[in-house]
Design a protein around this ligand. Structure first.
Ligand SMILES: Cc1ncc(COP(=O)(O)O)c(C=O)c1O
Length: 347
């Protein structure tokens, strides 16, 4: 099975397992776990933030961040298919009491003008005030698309001018950084809170961090405890994170190269793929011209040995490259996918 469903499908490598086995540990709740402390220190530095807090999942990191930034009744604005809006079971409303305002836009990226048009100041008696802007980079639902630095700078400047706080769902921040060649600290350092996930392209079995100022992270640490995310000898898994930051960042370029090769191979075989949209480790396949439903297509692909997965778009599937997929797998997928979808080669 060539598992291209998600970059969350990786298994820890032998080297990562060796780092796990050798981990120094302590009581993380008391901040006595040296490996967790080291992972938090390195991540804060990587993201250009003062402090980072280790949590089990990126979902928890996002929810803690939103709760840190807003009060019940405040609004959070973001792209309509942002993970925080469509894949966290309404956590922003449940845990932080936030209203959500969803923006429709291209490639997951909204503009300063859209932000200006949307933001409400609140009148203290009727209208909820917009408080938080959330950016997702890379943007999952649009196919792992990257926010260019100048667009981030423009959104941050506009948000500051409007008195808004900024969250970055940078679950795949390191993909964005590697693809754009811009250091993560530059892409993430101007946000109030940042999520980084370790269990996607970075190849850890679990773990994520939320980063921000010392003051905000003090609040985030209390929330982490309240959410049930304060752990004990968590260094046993944090060691995988330290290993990943040392060994698995630059290699994301390989995943991006393989996604491009897959997209080009599929396109050459007549599978509807928009090459322009392939910026990181995602390839989206449009089934509309093929007249197949997503369920049918996924079942046929699975039967033929390739795992793809759904996107929020009603006719699009995605293939995601990662650490456990090599060049040979990609060449095989280039043969198997068109066959499974009943596409006849153009050449
Ligand atoms: C952009 C984004 N943010 C957050 C998450 C949440 O990650 P997890 O499911 O590990 O909590 C995901 C997961 O796919 C994601 O794609």
């Amino acid at each position: 099975m060539i598992d291209l469903r998600s970059d969350t499908q990786t298994r820890p490598s032998p080297e990562m397992r060796a780092a796990i086995a050798a981990a120094e540990v302590g009581d993380e709740q008391k901040r006595e776990d040296p490996t967790v402390n080291e992972l938090e220190r390195r991540t804060a530095e990587l993201l250009g933030q003062e402090e980072a807090v280790y949590v089990p999942t990126a979902t928890m990191a996002n929810e803690i961040a939103l709760r840190t930034l807003g009060e019940p009744g405040d609004e959070v604005v973001g792209e309509e298919n942002s993970h925080i809006f469509i894949s966290e079971l309404g956590g922003a409303a449940v845990f932080a009491g936030l209203m959500t305002r969803q923006l429709r836009c291209e490639a997951g990226r909204f503009t300063p003008e859209q932000l200006r048009e949307t933001v409400r100041t609140g009148d203290n008696t009727h209208t909820p005030g917009t408080k938080i802007v959330s950016v997702e980079n890379t943007h999952n639902a649009s196919g792992g698309r990257v926010w260019p630095l100048e667009e981030i700078e423009a959104i941050v400047a506009t948000a500051r001018e409007l008195g808004l706080r900024l969250h970055l769902d940078g679950a795949r921040m390191m993909n964005a950084s590697v693809a754009s060649g811009v250091p993560a600290a530059q892409l993430a350092g101007t946000f109030d809170t940042v999520t980084l996930c370790l269990s996607k392209g970075l190849g850890c079995p679990l773990g994520a961090l939320v980063a921000g100022s010392g003051e905000l992270m003090a609040k985030a640490r209390r929330l982490k405890h309240q959410f049930g995310g304060a752990m004990r000898q968590a260094g046993i898994v944090a060691a995988a994170g330290v290993y990943a930051l040392e060994h698995n960042i630059e290699r994301l370029a390989d995943d991006h190269g393989r996604a491009r090769r897959l997209a080009e191979g599929l396109d050459a075989a007549g599978v509807p793929v928009d090459l322009e949209q392939v910026e990181t480790n995602f390839v989206q396949v449009d089934l509309a011209p093929l007249g197949l439903t997503r369920g049918d297509a996924l079942a046929r692909l699975w039967e033929d040995g390739v795992g793809l997965s759904m996107t929020p778009h009603p006719t699009r599937l995605r293939a995601v490259t990662h650490l456990d997929v090599d060049d040979e797998d990609i060449e095989r997928a280039v043969e198997l996918i068109p066959r499974a979808l009943g596409v006849l080669a153009r050449a």
